[in-house]
Design a protein around this ligand. Structure first.
Ligand SMILES: *[C@@H]1O[C@H](CO)[C@@H](O)[C@H](O)[C@H]1NC(C)=O
Ligand SMILES: *[C@@H]1O[C@H](CO)[C@@H](O)[C@H](O)[C@H]1NC(C)=O
Length: 508
């Protein structure tokens, strides 16, 4: 059972010996991570669990859609088995433990607990699975951070239009009530929703992501609107009825890439970059984390005006009631962000491939990456570490320091293999920027979760790109796991609380 730990220790020994002679000359980060800094690793149910129909689980839209459209993913794959964490969860816990981190962010598959999505039938086997997993984590002194909704909506809700239907707010609350009741004794850190923007833009506003609603400029904003209201409802449910005795915390996670002006001396580029940040991140962050609440005024104004020009009788961006604005404001104990990459922005009113209406058209921004930023696999993931620090400063400037930031995901993809020197550098360099953000810019960042614990099902990319600290052999029935160099390096950062840029250097 302790294979992974033994493997990690063996590899670690080999590399310490290799690198010992260089230690004297090692270059370290100038700062160290604060004593109580929350280091963790992250995963999500659909991406690792498999067991798609095991133990009474119902179907999520990703199951249903991929079974009907096997060529939707780059490698014609699906999540039926994935990394088989449904059966191998004890190994997962050992892997987390071997990294020395004290937190593990994972998600619950809604369909495993409520196979029909609704709370009139609870699946005991699914409940037992998660209780065993949480207990195993606690036994290893690892705190679970549990996401309620990470893209995998139970299929029956799609007949209601999924998250474009306001009734989803009620069903999400029903699900959350069950989950808090069943697991609240073991779980004290809850993440309501993962990346509403990615989910709604790609899944409802285009055909890039399941559920492939492809109703741009309208369904995407409805989805965002009701997800935000769902988040707020569940926050207050926890706050009022569970927090008093369970004493936990609950928060929202937003996708947060950094938008940099292509030419920082060009005012239209600067405005374009700000527009992107306000629409992609501000749309979710402003209602929850700002003083005044509601959607950002600039975003509201732009979508209202374009809607009228386009002949609509009202704005395509839904409107919150005063009561909803009040309930959303302050409804998150932490500011959760997933950060991977940055892009360069310039103003551009129209492009051939933009539907009208659409979020792209509403933004009116041409996005590109700097040729000097490496892309190792996923085409959307250009490596630009300074963008991380700039993003954290933007958040701090816009929303202050009162609500602590937790980076719930950060990582990079390659095409696999355990000698992942590029990932070692990625984590070193991004974490260095995080330290600079804390110590030189006064950003209140209290935690960091590496994405991902292991290679997994990466949505549209299937298994063709890899994000893991642990390699998973998807050709073996055991789905055997092996630590990569990045796992060894991350463990050293966690252990020493600082970055040694020479700890695992690519051999010359
Ligand atoms: C650390 O500080 C020194 C002196 O201020 C500076 O020259 C160096 O670039 C810094 N190193 C890093 C990694 O920031
Ligand atoms: C600023 O950038 C835009 C494109 O975003 C370009 O059309 C314009 O000519 C630039 N202005 C200056 C002064 O360079």
């Amino acid at each position: 059972m302790r294979n992974s730990v033994i493997m990690l220790v063996c590899l670690l020994t080999t590399f310490s010996v290799l690198h010992f002679p260089q230690l004297a000359a090692s270059r370290y980060s100038n700062y160290t991570f604060p004593d109580n800094f929350m280091f963790g690793v992250a995963s999500a149910a659909f991406q690792i669990e498999g067991g798609w129909n095991a133990g009474g689980r119902g179907e999520s839209v990703w199951d249903t859609y991929l079974h009907e459209h096997p060529d939707f993913t780059a490698d014609n794959s699906n999540g039926d088995i994935a990394a088989d964490s449904y059966n191998k969860y004890k190994q997962d816990v050992i892997m987390v433990e071997s990294l020395g981190v004290k937190y593990y962010r994972l998600s619950i598959s809604w369909s495993r607990i409520l196979p029909r999505g609704t709370d009139n039938y609870v699946n005991k086997e699914g409940v037992n699975y998660y209780r065993s997993l949480f207990k195993e984590l606690l036994k290893a002194n690892i705190t679970p951070v549990v996401t309620l909704f990470h893209f995998d909506l139970p299929t029956p809700f799609m007949d209601l239009g999924g998250w474009t239907n306001p009734v989803m707010v009620d069903y999400f609350e029903d699900y959350a009530r069950i989950v808090f009741t069943l697991f609240g004794d073991l779980v004290k850190l809850w993440n309501t929703i993962n990346e509403p923007h990615v989910y709604c833009l790609h899944g409802y506003g285009s055909d890039y992501f399941v559920p492939v609603l492809n109703f741009p400029g309208i369904a995407d904003y409805l989805c965002s609107h009701y997800l935000l209201l769902g988040h707020s409802r569940v926050y207050h449910l926890y706050d009022k009825h569970f927090r008093p005795h369970q004493k936990g915390k609950i928060f929202l996670t937003c996708e947060a890439f950094y938008a940099e002006p292509k030419d920082k001396n060009n005012i239209t580029d600067v405005e374009a970059a700000e527009r992107v940040l306000q629409l992609r991140l501000g749309l979710y962050a402003h209602p929850v984390f700002s003083e005044n609440g509601d959607y950002p005024e600039t975003v509201r104004k732009r979508i209202n005006e374009l809607s009228i020009i386009q002949g609509y009788k009202r704005s395509r961006l839904p409107v919150f009631t005063q009561e909803e604005i009040k309930l959303l404001k302050g409804s998150s104990d932490f500011f959760g962000i997933n950060h991977y990459t940055s892009a360069l922005m310039s103003s551009c009113p129209m492009q051939e491939n933009w539907p009208v209406p659409s979020i792209d058209h509403d933004l009116g921004v041409f996005m590109e990456t700097d040729p000097s930023w490496p892309i190792y696999a996923s085409d959307w993931l250009a490596v630009y570490p300074p963008g991380f620090r700039k993003l954290l400063s933007w958040i701090t400037k816009n929303y202050g320091t009162k609500i602590p930031i937790i980076v719930t995901e950060n990582g990079m993809s390659d095409y696999g293999g355990i000698n992942d020197y590029n990932r070692v550098s990625y984590f070193n360099e991004y974490l260095e920027q995080l330290l600079l953000a804390i110590y030189e810019d006064g950003c209140n960042v209290i935690g960091y979760f590496a994405w991902s614990l292991m290679d997994d099902f990466e949505w549209r990319d299937g298994y063709s790109v890899k994000f893991g600290l642990f390699h998973v052999d998807f050709d073996s029935p055991e789905r055997s796991r092996t630590p990569k160099l990045s796992a060894i390096n991350f463990r050293e950062i966690v252990r020493t609380k600082r970055i040694n840029f020479d700890y695992l250097k690519r051999p010359e």
